[in-house]
Write a protein that binds this ligand. Structure first.
Ligand code: SF4
Length: 332
């Protein structure tokens, strides 16, 4: 590998070569995408300008499934590291690129595989269900993977006497416990974005916007979820705002989703739920590391690339397949 590339990837996590300021970045990215037979996936939490040039926009697992179905040679995942790993697990023969290798995730980082392996060893008769927001190594240690939209049904599909470890998100785990009445052993992890919301400020916002519906992602804490009109995955929340007749929604999840909500329902009003600090936003700092410039260089130089050991891919595929089998049987 070229030393400039090695240095950039190690120190910065992305290729930082100068870009001619006179070029139209969006047009050049589209050209490169065609030349390389690539697809661009953008998570709902990406900047609007990245969402607008993506081939597919969605939740992490859905995007990886879409990409696996295409005949693209290259997948560029505008999202975070564990999402690009999931794309690699589902498309092992395709080249998977992530514009910034340092686009991590506080939730995924809160559950290192080596510590989880020790935790799991304490419960030898438990089945391990992990939320898709985790590393490939963690998926490889799991029996079933789930998403925020099917976690409740996956747990309910198992016999009542089956003991279960659920990780890495404690808030989603608490929500699943409450909905299913099952006694899950939880890993104590969390997403920094979904734990930032202020109950007090949300109550004030509701009082200022009578009739508004409050919708929340199940990664939020229980005291935030307690009076939500709808709780669901990012895709579920988007669908809810399209189908529901309410004109105003207070949205408790990463603010990037508001772009798609507004595009899908231009006449409705979407208000991001306020965080408990002085910052006016609830952006994921990891997601926002991706930029058009990094996306361009990533496509141009085919770097940074996500690679995984073959055995990790093979072991991580199984819990995902199990989830898909259960989902198919349940008609989800
Ligand atoms: S929003 Fe939370 S779960 Fe999603 S990538 Fe950011 S830190 Fe991770």
């Amino acid at each position: 590998m070229n030393t400039i590339f090695e240095r950039d990837l190690e120190a910065k996590g992305f290729i930082d070569l100068p870009i001619d300021p006179s070029i139209d970045l969006v047009e050049e990215i589209k050209k490169l995408k065609k030349e390389k037979n690539a697809v661009i996936l953008a998570h709902y939490y990406q900047e609007a300008e990245i969402q607008d040039l993506a081939d597919y926009i969605g939740d992490s697992l859905g995007l990886s499934q879409q990409a696996a179905k295409t005949d693209a040679d290259v997948i560029v995942f505008a999202g975070v590291h564990f999402m690009a790993e999931t794309a690699k697990i589902l498309s092992p023969t395709k080249k998977v690129l992530l514009p910034d290798l340092k686009a991590g995730c506080s939730l995924s980082d809160s559950c290192p595989a080596h510590l989880f392996a020790k935790f799991k060893a304490q419960y030898p008769d438990h089945l391990v269900i992990t939320y898709v927001n985790c590393t490939a190594e963690l998926k490889a240690l799991s029996d079933i993977v789930c998403t925020s939209s099917n976690a409740v049904q996956i747990v309910e599909s198992l016999p009542a006497e089956q003991k279960i470890i659920f990780g890495p998100d404690r808030n989603l785990g608490d929500y699943v416990k409450k909905k299913t009445g099952r006694d899950l052993v939880l890993w104590n992890g969390a997403c920094m974005v979904h734990e930032i919301f202020s109950r007090e400020k949300i109550d004030k916002l509701k009082a200022d916007n009578p009739g508004a519906k409050f919708i929340a992602h199940p990664e939020c804490e229980e005291h935030i979820l307690v009076d939500a009109d709808y709780i669901g995955s990012t895709s579920g929340m988007l669908k809810f705002t399209i189908e529901d007749s309410c004109e105003t929604f207070i949205v408790a999840t990463e603010s990037g989703i508001l772009h798609q909500m507004q595009k899908a329902s231009p006449s409705k009003k979407f208000i991001p739920a306020p965080p408990n600090n002085s910052c006016a936003c609830n952006d994921c700092p990891h997601m926002r590391l991706n930029t058009l410039e990094k996306l361009y260089n990533c496509l141009k130089y085919d770097l940074p690339e996500i690679t995984l050991p073959e055995d990790v891919i093979a072991r991580a595929q199984k819990p995902i397949e199990r989830m898909l089998d259960i989902s198919a049987k349940l008609g989800l």
